[in-house]
Design a protein around this ligand. Structure first.
Ligand code: SAM
Length: 233
């Protein structure tokens, strides 16, 4: 369970209504039962149910069971697609260890609005499900142009370009341990001016994801897998 409180021996953790519903209504936990908790900072702890109620309750934090493990410094930048597929991208990026998830508006972006709070809640659920101790931040929607204009000097960009479909999948060597970002375009792909701009950036590495054009959600998972293989921990 992901909680906000600091974690330490004997710490009391109060539960929100939604957390109480999940633990006591769905998981059927009761007083004395144990549960793993994390807050994204203090590793994983075992806690036990002290008080169980319909609208709330408390846990008592007992012992640390795993140290804090932060993911590599990897951003996933993607153009939002349909709701269910965008949810899928956030869920899979969390499971694959992205540290930050950045929705961007591109020339051919299908959706121009996102529900940041909803996507953040998906990231929390995915982190809980995969036993991580870290929840990536889902940022507000950025314009791709603005993001590229303010780009951090040391971050490399894996630019997944459907125009390269057919090329061999490969990342430039030597990127392990460095800050990276993976960029996935919208269903309509990148516009010619975007492609020209991205290809000319000194920090961008255009990458093919195999011989076929993948849907954006598939491409996100494939690209993160490729990155993890070449540069992950
Ligand atoms: N409508 C575009 C077309 O037919 O050319 C396809 C866009 S694709 C569905 C969505 C995004 O996934 C692309 O912008 C790219 O980032 C990524 N992508 C899909 N297949 C890829 C491939 N084989 N190589 C690199 N990137 C790919």
């Amino acid at each position: 369970l992901c909680v906000e409180h600091p974690l330490g021996e004997g710490q009391t953790l109060s539960l929100s209504r939604a957390q109480a519903h999940y633990l006591f209504g769905v998981m059927r936990l009761g007083a004395g039962d144990g549960i793993a908790v994390f807050n994204g900072r203090d590793g994983e702890w075992r806690a036990s149910v002290a008080q169980a109620g319909k609208r709330g309750g408390t846990l008592t934090c007992e012992i640390q069971t795993a140290p804090q493990r932060d993911p590599p410094d990897l951003w996933l930048i993607f153009a939002p697609v349909k709701k269910a597929r965008t949810d899928f991208i956030v869920e899979k990026a969390t499971e694959m260890g992205a540290a930050r998830i950045v929705p961007v508006q591109t020339d051919f972006t299908n959706s121009e609005r996102i529900r940041q709070d909803r996507l953040q809640a998906h990231a929390v659920e995915a982190a809980e499900q995969c036993g991580g101790t870290f929840v990536p931040e889902v940022t507000a929607l950025h314009k791709l142009d603005t993001l590229l204009a303010d780009w951090p000097a040391d971050r490399r960009l894996m630019f997944c370009d459907e125009a390269l479909a057919g090329g061999a999948c490969a990342l430039p060597s030597g990127g392990r341990g460095q800050p990276w970002a993976v960029l996935i375009g919208p269903e309509g792909g990148f516009s010619p001016p975007e492609r020209a701009r991205l290809s000319a950036l000194p920090f961008a590495h255009p990458v093919a994801l195999g011989p076929r054009i993948l849907r954006a959600d598939t491409a996100a998972v494939a690209a993160l897998t490729l990155w993890q293989t070449a540069c992950g921990d």
